[in-house]
Design a protein around this ligand. Structure first.
Ligand code: 2PG
Length: 248
């Protein structure tokens, strides 16, 4: 049996402003930092002894991990980072206001771009100031691997090699693993873990800053589908807030 803990970063400055974020490297808001502290306190209260943390290469996830691990008195544990845990690339929607986008394109198109499994938003141009094509952290990635947009299916495809190559070996070695990542990269992982259908995944939202614990069997499948939030009540509220983004 192995323990896996998933942690979505705390509220970011762009979450607070209601903007599509994707691969843009925005920081946590003050509230997001507080959520990360609370997340760490929940880890401490649950007496979770972590052995390793995996994060994306975006600072909202990196800082959430640092703040939470500090609060959990485990800032010293080994860290690994990968672009494969990054948020879903939001294409040309990056930096756009969610409520305005909803108004301009209508509910159906808005929700298709936000939550459909296989329809990506329009791609971002390489010369767009919000493109990541020249970002030094992806300099070693072949240009064709740097996304210009992604649907959730694309995220599953790029995340699973990291799951199998880097995270599963940690779990197999008996390590308790923390993954600090993003709303949609964690939706992709939860879809895989819980065997959620392409249709049903549209209805799943991940709350900010609340650890989600999974106990996994020898095949790395959850003993309990959906895992367990360390603060289920707060999770429920935060899930509703995420689902309602873009509504007035
Ligand atoms: O903007 C984003 O990158 C994501 C996560 O914050 O938003 P959404 O929940 O709308 O997919």
């Amino acid at each position: 049996m192995a323990t896996l803990v998933l942690l979505r970063h705390g509220e970011s400055v762009w979450n607070a402003e209601g903007l599509f974020t994707g691969w843009v490297d925005v920081d946590l808001s003050e509230k997001g930092e507080e959520e990360a502290v609370t997340g760490g306190e929940l880890l401490l209260d649950a007496d979770l002894k972590l052995d390793v943390v995996h994060t994306s290469v975006l600072k909202r996830a990196i800082r959430t991990a640092n703040i939470a691990l500090d609060a959990a008195e485990q800032l010293w544990i080994p860290v690994r980072r990968s672009w494969r845990l990054n948020e879903r690339h939001y294409g040309a929607l990056q930096g756009k206001n969610k409520a305005q986008t909803r108004e301009e394109y209508g509910d159906e198109q808005f929700m298709t771009w936000r939550r459909s499994y296989d329809t990506p938003p329009p791609p971002i141009a390489d010369d767009d100031p919000l493109s990541q094509i020249n970002d030094p952290r992806y300099a070693l990635l072949p240009s064709e691997l740097i996304p210009r947009t992604e649907c959730l299916a694309d995220v599953v495809d790029r995340l699973l090699p990291y799951w199998y190559d880097a995270i599963v070996p940690d779990l197999a070695a008996g390590r308790t693993v923390l993954i600090a990542a993003h709303g949609n990269s964690l939706r992709a992982l939860v879809k895989h873990l819980d065997g959620i259908s392409d249709e049903d995944i549209a209805g799943l939202n991940i709350p900010t800053g609340i650890p989600l614990r999974y106990e996994l069997d020898e095949d790395f499948e959850p003993l309990k589908k959906g895992g367990e939030y360390l603060d289920p009540e707060a999770a429920e509220k935060s899930i509703a807030a995420v689902a309602n983004q873009g509504k007035k």
